[in-house]
Structure formats: structure tokens, C-alpha cells
Design a protein around this ligand. Structure first.
Ligand code: OVV
Length: 397
């Protein structure tokens, strides 16, 4: 089949404006209606928002590469703010080798054992919060849970773990342009970066966690000590804020749609599919970028080489060409193919761990919490990449 080259429409939509970040979905609809590809005039970047073409981008990593960064900045034109990630910001063959080392630590048997710990910790946390009754679900629940269970699983020192939230903020706000959100996040760099690198070093990791296992690859000659430290950093970059925002979004969605909460309470085993629907409906990781390595054709739209392409996962997750009633939150929907964990060779390597965490937390909540309500206005988070909340004052009964 021959495709005829189509003009790529330019749009003034600014995906980093406050208006967009607070309420992106109507903008996603507008972008999808512009066609397979459009051009963001304000940022000199292309953008892909329809499900089919988001998938096409992610399925062609040699054309849409990650090695030039997955934020708006092109590492071929400006230096990155940190040593690039050896998985996220890398292409095959290095990516393949490095990802395999992480993947090896996340075996089914390891995950089964972790799930037991996650359930026990979820019980302790929910019991404590039921006693407390009113609290901020962002700090006391959504952040507290992964800061405890994920950091324990990796084997991170217990002191100053709140740095992980600040670090995640740097990583994900750092994918955006150098706006106020970027600069505010980076203002913590001097305190947070050294702590993170310290926590990722061999001698500071627990002997029984997943992090230390990365150093086995040093001992077998695959990595240098520094590469192993950088790879452990990936666990910390990717594993806390993403999960925390997913939990906040879950709480918000269940309070906003009480029929879905009732459904979960009637059958706590729906926790697993509920999590997938949350990732589809309110994707914590909304957006990332790729960079074209050559001329790239998407649905007849031709993008020149060495251009940034914004990939809106969250828009693919609400594309009506893919989903029936995409704007309806329905925890029993079939969510196969959602893009909440990305797709293709860079699809989330920790997704089974994230699932184990949130599934256990939601299951415990469904069994123990009779009802919950907002005790104040939820406050949406302004963030260049992640969708979540800054404040979620609630009461649990
Ligand atoms: C998936 C993800 C997000 C953020 C950071 C990283 C990975 C990393 O490897 O540093």
C-alpha cells in the first residue's frame, strides 16, 4: 500500500500550560482529532495522541529512539541534567543487556514472596489510618506505602527516604521544558542527588533486597561498579512517584465513583483489574518523548530525522477508536492493551511489582474500609509528566 504524504497540522496547544496540566483530557481529544501527528508550535516538537499511532511509535524503537532522552530535551543538542539512565534513555543493544539484568531480579518467585510482605504492610498501614480517621491520602497513604514497601524491597537505607519523592519529582518534572515546575523540582538537586547515589552504592544496600543483585553483574564482568550504581538508580527513579500517584488517583476515583467502590467491596478480588482501569483512566505517567533517528512515516505524516516526538500514553488510553465509553471509570472493563505501563521494548520492567503493591493495598482497603469521603477540596498536582494530587484530605471509616 502506498501512503500519500499528508500535511502535519500545527497547533497552539501547550501541553505544559497550567490549564492543560490541570485538565488534559479535552486537549487530548482536540489533538486526536487533528490526525495521526501534529506539531506543537510553542515547543518545536511533534505529538502523537491516537492509540494506534502511539503503539506504532513504541513498536519502532529503531526509528523513534530513547537514547536522545525521553523528555522534551534532545540530548544530541543539549547535555542531560544527570548521567542518562542505562535503561530508560538507551537503545539496543545496550538497552537489551541492561534491562535483562533488572528483569532477572524480578522473577515470579521473588514477586510471590514480595506480595506476601506487601499484604502484611498494607494491613498495618490501613489499620493505622483507620485509627487516625482523617488524614492527607497523598502523604499518609499514597506516598507512605511505596516509600515503605518498594524501598524495603530494593533494600534502601531507612533514613531520609522522603528524598525519593523529591528525586522522582526531579526525574519526571525534568522531562518537561525548563519551566517553573522543572526549576522548582531541580532546586532540591544539591541535597537529593548525593543521597540517591549514596543509597544506590553496593555497601549501602541491604543484603537481601533486589538492588544488591544488580552488583552480581559487576562480579561477572558485565558492568563496572558505576554502571551498577546507575542501574540501581533506575529502580528509585521509576518506582516511587509513579506508584504513589496511581494510589492517589485510585482513592480519588473510588470516592468520585461510589458505585465502583461498592463493586470492589462486594468482590475484593477485583482489585487486580481495578488497578489496570486506574492506569487506563488516570494514567500516572501521562507522556514521554522519543526522537526520530531517520525520516519517520506515521499514517502518511512524514516527520524529519532528529526531531522530538511527544507520545501521549494517557490520550491513547482514552481514544474512542480503541475504547468503548473511554471517559467512564469501570473496574470490570477489559483493559488489555492499555498504555499505562507503556508498550514495546521499553514497557515498564517493574510492572509486576507495581501490580503486586497496588493490588494488595486495594484488596486490604476493600476488606477493611467501610467508606471514605473527602474532608476538603482535593488539590490536583501541577506536574510536567505525572498526573496525581498534591493534597487529598479524606476520612476513612
Ligand atoms: C521508567 C522510568 C522512569 C523514570 C526513570 C527511569 C525509568 C530510569 O531508568 O531512570
Amino acid at each position: 500500500m502506498t501512503t500519500i504524504a499528508q500535511d502535519i497540522p500545527a497547533t497552539p496547544i501547550d501541553p505544559f500550560s497550567n490549564e492543560y496540566l490541570l485538565s488534559p483530557y479535552a486537549f487530548h481529544t482536540e489533538l486526536r482529532e487533528l490526525g495521526p501527528v501534529s506539531y506543537l508550535t510553542k515547543w518545536d516538537s511533534y505529538v502523537v495522541s491516537q492509540y494506534q499511532y502511539v503503539k506504532e511509535v513504541l513498536d519502532q524503537p529503531s526509528v523513534f529512539c530513547s537514547g536522545a532522552g525521553v523528555g522534551i530535551s534532545n540530548f544530541k543538542k543539549e547535555p542531560p541534567w544527570r548521567v542518562p539512565s542505562l535503561v530508560l534513555e538507551t537503545d539496543p543493544p545496550d538497552h537489551t543487556r541492561n534491562r535483562a539484568v533488572i528483569s532477572k531480579t524480578l522473577s515470579p518467585i521473588v514477586l510471590r514472596n514480595l506480595k506476601i510482605q506487601f499484604e502484611a504492610e498494607a494491613n498495618l498501614l490501613i489499620d493505622r489510618l483507620l485509627e487516625k480517621r482523617t488524614f492527607d491520602a497523598v502523604t499518609d497513604l499514597a506516598e507512605a506505602f511505596p516509600l515503605k514497601v518498594f524501598a524495603d524491597a530494593i533494600g534502601i537505607i531507612p533514613e531520609n527516604r522522603e528524598n525519593l519523592i523529591l528525586y522522582g519529582n526531579m526525574v519526571f518534572n525534568g522531562m518537561g521544558p525548563k519551566n517553573e515546575l522543572f526549576l522548582e523540582a531541580m532546586s532540591h538537586a544539591a541535597a537529593v542527588n548525593p543521597w540517591v547515589m549514596h543509597a544506590c552504592q553496593r555497601e549501602n544496600l541491604s543484603k537481601t533486597g533486589l538492588g544488591i543483585q544488580i552488583y552480581d553483574a559487576v562480579d561477572s564482568g558485565i558492568f563496572t561498579e558505576m554502571e551498577a550504581t546507575t542501574l540501581v538508580r533506575s529502580f528509585l527513579s521509576a518506582g516511587i512517584d509513579t506508584t504513589a500517584h496511581a494510589i492517589s488517583n485510585a482513592i480519588h476515583s473510588f470516592i468520585s465513583f461510589p458505585d465502583q467502590w461498592a463493586k470492589l467491596k462486594a468482590n475484593p478480588l477485583l482489585a487486580k483489574s481495578a488497578f489496570e482501569e486506574i492506569l487506563r483512566f488516570e494514567s500516572p505517567f501521562q507522556t514521554f518523548f522519543r526522537t526520530t533517528t531517520s525520516e519517520a512515516n506515521l499514517g502518511g505524516c512524514v516527520i524529519p530525522p532528529n526531531e522530538k516526538v511527544m507520545v501521549i500514553l494517557a490520550s491513547g488510553n482514552r481514544d474512542p477508536l480503541k475504547w468503548d465509553h473511554p471517559d467512564v471509570f469501570d473496574i470490570s472493563r477489559v483493559t488489555v492493551g492499555h498504555l499505562g505501563f507503556g508498550a514495546g521494548i521499553h514497557g515498564c520492567v517493574g510492572q509486576m511489582l507495581a501490580r503486586a503493591e497496588v493490588e494488595m493495598l486495594l484488596q486490604v482497603m476493600a476488606k477493611k474500609v467501610a467508606s471514605f469521603r473527602f474532608t476538603g477540596e482535593p488539590k490536583r498536582l501541577l506536574h510536567n509528566t505525572l498526573r496525581g494530587f498534591e493534597k487529598l484530605p479524606i476520612e476513612l471509616i
